[in-house]
Design a protein around this ligand. Structure first.
Ligand code: ATP
Length: 275
């Protein structure tokens, strides 16, 4: 059957400077990664490897970007998969996909002559919900068990070191077994950006766009309370589309105002029942 991962190795490389705001998350992540880069020292001191980092927070805040930056920072191969890709009707298929994912990470790293790989699993709550509950079933349980087996099997002496970065916006429903020491024992909050974070994100997403002199990104940042990074990216993109429609060569303030409205309307529609 189809490979379980989206191979984004050839995609655009992301580093921490491409991520706006999220200073605490970036620092925590960088510190943890710096620490695992010096494998000789880890072995000398008998420190167990860092196997998993859990990023938790609302959608569109940059969790995927952070995982990609982690791969770039550690010069690792990068693979990503969504939790729902492991959910199958047939018992055992999800577990097999987990095994394949780890195999594929090792193969990809070897092929790229790298010593490590970062596996990103988005929406881990889909496969890592509490076992033995009403909404869990044998298939989910086996898939989660296999992930635990794979994590437990990682060591400092593996020829390809693997770090699993997982993302969730429902940390409350995760099986506690995942959060035990030696598994996802580093947890990093990735919250909605504050005003400075929003300004930083707006600057990043307008860096290749010509802005009219009147456009004040600080005011736009102040007026977009509650927006995620993904929303702000949409605002910048929509503003550019509006300028294009009007045959303008620059994005002006009205384009941003209309784009903000459009993103807010889109959110409202998304939240309507049956939509
Ligand atoms: P989800 O939980 O929905 O998977 P996520 O937290 O993984 O979301 P990303 O996929 O990293 O979010 O972000 C989606 C897009 O939004 C990015 O490709 C980027 O364009 C923009 N974005 C989100 N957060 C940031 C940020 N902090 N800085 C710059 N761009 C951002």
């Amino acid at each position: 059957f189809a490979a379980p991962v989206n191979n984004t190795q050839s995609g655009v490389l992301i580093n921490f400077d491409d991520i706006g705001g999220q200073e605490i998350a970036k620092n925590e992540l960088r510190e943890a990664l710096e620490f695992i880069k010096d494998i000789k020292r880890l072995n000398q001191l008998g420190i167990r490897p860092l196997k998993g980092i859990l990023l938790s927070g609302p959608p569109g805040t940059g969790k995927t970007l952070l995982a990609k930056a982690a791969a770039q920072f550690t010069d690792s191969a990068f693979l990503s998969a969504g939790g729902s890709e492991f959910v199958e009707m047939y018992v055992g298929v999800g577990a097999q996909r987990i095994r394949q994912l780890f195999q594929q990470a090792r193969q990809q790293a070897r092929a790229a002559k790298k010593e490590s790989a970062v596996i990103f699993i988005d929406e881990i709550e889909v496969l890592g919900g509490k076992r033995g509950q009403a909404n869990s079933n044998l298939e989910y349980d086996q898939t989660l068990n296999e992930l635990l087996v794979q994590l437990d099997g990682l060591t400092n002496s593996d020829d390809i070191r693997i770090l699993v970065v997982a993302a969730t916006n429902r940390i409350d429903i995760l099986d506690p077994a995942l959060l035990r020491p030696g598994r996802f024992d580093r947890q990093v909050r990735v919250d909605l950006p504050d005003k400075n974070g929003r300004l930083h994100i707006l600057k990043l997403h307008t860096r290749n766009k010509p802005l009219a002199g009147e456009v004040d990104l600080e005011t736009i940042a102040a007026d977009t309370f509650g927006f995620s990074g993904a929303h702000l990216e949409s605002v910048a993109n929509e503003a550019a589309i509006m300028a294009l429609r009007e045959n303008r060569t620059e994005l002006s303030d009205i384009h941003f105002r209309n784009a903000i409205e459009k993103v807010i309307m889109g959110e409202k529609l998304d939240r309507l029942p049956n939509n």
